[in-house]
Design a protein around this ligand. Structure first.
Ligand code: FUL
Length: 474
């Protein structure tokens, strides 16, 4: 090994910000929908519902956040205002809020109760405040922008640190609008003046990542099935729907978010949002129709396992409780994840590689099995294909492989192969594409072997790997 320390690889292409890097570690969080339409069997409230309907007598933020904590969700993204316009906090901008409801005699603040519970249990809090407001009389006029920004300001300054602020793409259409009961259309590319709003959000919440169809930090994956496609790139160049050069929330070629773009202009990784039940809100007819733990595991592999985060939609029923059947599903899902990832069989293996950057121990292949994310193996600049081999003292059995690139310097790997030693030869067990922040490979059946090889077959620049881990699920 040389004594002169080598330099880390130069960043390649678009790279993540510190807030985006932190977001990649969250893996999965939950989005909660609860509003007046929980009481009217509708997915979208019209905006004319009586606030008197809102009376969740058993509401207990602490109990819900405890369930999320116990079932391994890192954050709670709270829909503080959905399209119907009803505010879960007493906003100065409208009477259409918890203040007009019988809940806590009109003195309650649901955002506050959730923020307190999240802080108490170490669960991060995020906020969704719908840009579209089917209740407010000013919606569609310039005056509404002040209303909307005031609401955001209240939410961003009153409840502590937020991990994300979520901007929905559904915008404009018919609604109550203060009694006008009409259709209002807006130009999605100009009406909201997003750059100004996003600047304000950045000032008020420096660690939060901003989500929308176009980022700027996190993108919608482009479907509500919870699935990122393969290959999957965190790099992305949004393209507009009606005007290709002016992509905006609600007006993009959003299917392109499913894969992202190889060599895309910006680091805008995908979030996969999917409801646990058939809808985002509670409906009596959906009782017993939650996804099964096995379906959630599949979604976990198709989202988190491809370098995205999973944002699972949960509901409260009209009493303010999370349906017990839903809690049971979350518990079973998390129990399987917990037991699967409890032991990494690659830990402590002897790692060798066909190339080590500058032959420097700082970039040793041994870093992929040290259980420490910040350390990584890297090759020399001119090397874009390489093999990394793990050897074990005694044979190991596994059916899940986790690979991670050191994405701080960009996403590089485009194709890789996994092999196991079998009868004196290498047998291919998986051929994959991208790795990125996290790649999970689920094998059809467990494999027992004394050596594993990761072959990087194609990379956009010299590859880095911070982890090769082996787990047993079945
Ligand atoms: C969509 C909304 O229209 C749905 O009602 C839900 O809030 C989902 C998370 O985002 O765009």
């Amino acid at each position: 090994m040389r004594h002169e320390p080598s330099k880390p690889p130069a960043p390649y292409g678009a790279c993540p910000s510190p807030a985006q890097l932190a977001w990649h570690e969250l893996e999965r969080y939950a989005i909660l929908h609860f509003a007046l339409n929980t009481y009217t069997d509708a997915e979208w409230a019209f905006g004319d519902e009586s606030p008197r309907l809102f009376d969740p007598r058993d509401f207990d933020a602490d109990a819900l956040v405890r369930v999320l904590k116990e079932t391994g969700f890192s954050g709670l993204l709270l829909v503080a205002k959905h399209h119907g316009g009803f505010c879960l906090w007493p906003s100065a901008t409208t009477d259409f809020s918890v203040e007009a409801s019988p809940w806590r005699d009109g003195k309650g603040d649901m955002v506050r109760e959730f923020a307190d519970a999240c802080r108490a249990h170490g669960v991060k809090l995020g906020i969704y405040c719908s840009p579209w407001d089917r209740n407010h009389a000013t919606y569609g006029t310039p005056a509404y922008l002040d209303v909307y920004r005031t609401q955001l300001r209240e939410l961003l300054t009153g409840y502590g640190d937020l991990f994300t602020v979520w901007f929905d793409g559904a915008n404009g259409g018919d609604g109550f609008y203060g009694g006008a009961r009409e259709a209002r259309t807006i130009d999605r590319t100009t009406y909201y003046d997003w750059p100004t709003t996003w600047r304000m959000v950045r000032e008020l919440q420096q660690n939060a990542v901003l989500f929308s169809d176009v980022g700027p930090d996190i993108r919608w994956v482009g479907n509500e099935a919870g699935i990122a496609k393969d290959p999957h790139w965190a790099t992305y160049t949004p393209i507009g729907g009606s005007k290709p050069e002016a992509p905006a929330p609600g007006d993009t070629q959003y299917e392109r978010g499913e894969t992202g773009d190889r060599g895309g202009k910006f680091w805008i990784p995908a979030e996969c949002d999917v409801p646990l039940r058939p809808g985002w809100f509670w409906h009596a007819a959906h009782e017993g129709k939650a996804k099964t733990p096995a379906q959630l595991l599949e979604l976990y592999f198709a989202s988190v396992g491809r370098g995205a985060c999973l944002d699972l939609g949960i509901v409260l029923d009209p009493s303010g409780r999370m349906p017990t059947g839903d809690v049971d599903v979350l518990r079973a899902f998390s129990a399987t994840l917990r037991s699967t990832f409890a032991q990494d069989f690659a830990r402590g293996a002897i790692a060798r590689a066909t190339n080590v950057r500058g032959e420097d121990a700082a970039f040793s292949p041994q870093h992929v099995v040290d259980g420490h994310a910040p350390t990584y193996w890297a090759t020399d600049d001119d090397v874009t294909t390489a093999e990394l081999t793990l050897e074990f003292d005694a044979p190991v059995t596994f059916d899940v492989v986790r690979l991670r690139e050191h994405v701080e310097f960009g996403q590089r790997v485009a194709r890789f192969t996994l092999q196991v030693a079998e009868g004196g030869a290498w047998r291919t067990i998986h051929e994959g594409s991208t790795i990125g922040a996290r790649r999970l490979v689920k094998l059809d059946a467990p494999r027992t072997t004394s050596a594993v090889r990761v072959r990087i077959d194609e990379a956009l620049a010299c590859p880095t790997l911070s982890e090769v881990a082996l787990f047993r699920m079945e």
